[in-house]
Design a protein around this ligand. Structure first.
Ligand code: PLP
Length: 383
């Protein structure tokens, strides 16, 4: 705590011990079933965080050319890098071909044709998974639902037969497997159960069409506990993988892949911020803090809730709207949040900021970012 006071706020505090606990819990459970996990880079690309994930032996799931490059530079095995995204540019595709990544998760027929042309120039064979939009509900916020017909992602399952035929003439494409990703912050196992049933059906159809996918990639989306992060410091990987193993009907020679982001890194990060002002309003009391939607955009983007703790005060609680300094009314971390009576200079910890916090940070209002701090072997350090 004294250490934290010495640093300029706001900053991210990453508990690498907690990260490693989460990585090892995931790995242990995935290994029970022989599952392969790629870390979804977009959740967090902090160098220190990535270093632990590489060490733990995960692959990387990327959604932009720069993420592919970053994954490669960070030491992920190129063959364990997959590249998804509805709008891959020619430059991004060629960069990925040059690196020699393992798989392209292709999201449209036209992309397949472009990839074939670009791979021909490189005299390369691009291995692809076809991303299927399974039209499965994910029971999460509409803005982070990706697997419904109305969403822009993937191709319809009905188009697969045509795609199989088409790729027979695309000499620089090797049709590998199937890819799915239905959304994010999914906490109801029902969503994953329904996904498994759809995957079984589509996998069966593919075999009937004369093509057996070598990989079934079920994407990511496993949620974390934003309400009680202290009680649940990592996701329930056991329940997740057991649920899938119970329902998925794959052959022995089909590899099962996952792309987890939030569930691996979400709980290891906090956003540490200082109270600038306590403003007692007419109908509400505000705590104005020095972090804003520029550091943690989730509340403004998805009405997300984060648990907040006052690290400096244990006074009696009252309700505050905790707001940032950015000139937007959505720059609010929470309304009517019970917190100890707070004062100027108090430090607050906004929990569960390890995923989609720093990676979504931006410079709106010409904001600058302070260096992050880390907890390593129980000690706070800032390299
Ligand atoms: C964002 C994303 C993921 C990771 O989602 P999480 O909810 O963070 O696990 C996985 N795959 C794809 C294709 C994605 O776009």
């Amino acid at each position: 705590m004294d250490k934290l006071k010495a640093y300029d706020t706001p900053f991210y505090l990453y508990d690498l011990d907690l990260l490693n606990a989460s990585l090892s819990a995931c790995k242990t459970q995935a290994d029970r079933f022989g599952y392969h996990v790629h870390y979804a880079m977009k959740a967090n690309t902090n160098d220190m965080v990535l270093r632990e994930i590489v060490k733990a032996g995960f692959g990387a799931d990327c959604v932009s050319g720069n993420e592919v490059k970053k994954a490669f530079q960070s030491g992920f095995d190129p063959k364990a890098i997959v590249f998804a995204g509805v709008g891959k540019s020619d430059k991004e595709i060629t960069d990925a071909l040059e690196i020699g990544i393992g798989r392209f998760n292709v999201e449209s027929v036209q992309e397949l044709e472009v990839l074939n042309e670009l791979a021909a120039k490189y005299n390369a064979i691009a291995e692809v998974n076809i991303r299927i939009n399974p039209n499965v509900k994910s029971y999460t916020h509409a803005n982070i639902t990706t697997g419904l017909n109305e969403n822009k992602f993937g191709v319809s399952a009905e188009d697969i037969q045509e795609i199989i035929q088409l790729t027979e003439n695309l000499k620089h494409i090797k049709l590998g497997g199937l890819h799915f990703h239905i959304g994010s912050q999914i906490t109801r196992m029902e969503a994953f159960k329904n996904l498994c049933l759809r995957v079984n059906e589509i996998n069966e159809n593919c075999k009937q069409y004369g093509w057996k996918p070598d990989v079934l990639n079920l994407g990511g989306g496993l949620g974390i506990d934003y309400v009680n992060p202290k009680d649940n410091p990592h996701a329930d990987f056991q329940l997740y993988f057991e649920t899938i193993n119970g329902l998925l009907e794959a052959d022995q020679d089909q590899e099962i892949h996952f792309e987890l982001g939030r569930s691996l890194v979400g709980q290891c990060g906090q956003l540490i911020t200082k109270v600038l002002y306590e403003k007692l309003g007419k109908t509400k009391d505000f705590l104005i803090v020095d972090a804003g939607m520029t550091e943690l955009m989730r509340p403004a983007l998805y009405q997300a809730q984060h648990f907040i703790e006052n690290l400096s005060s244990e006074a009696a609680e009252q309700n505050y709207d905790v707001v940032g300094p950015i000139c937007e009314s959505t720059d609010c971390f929470g309304k009517e949040m019970p917190l100890p009576k707070s004062k100027r200079g108090d430090l607050l910890a906004i929990y569960s900021a390890g995923a989609y916090g720093e990676s979504m940070a931006n410079a709106y209002n010409l904001r600058a970012q302070n260096p992050s701090a880390y907890i390593i072997n129980g000690k706070v350090v800032r390299p």
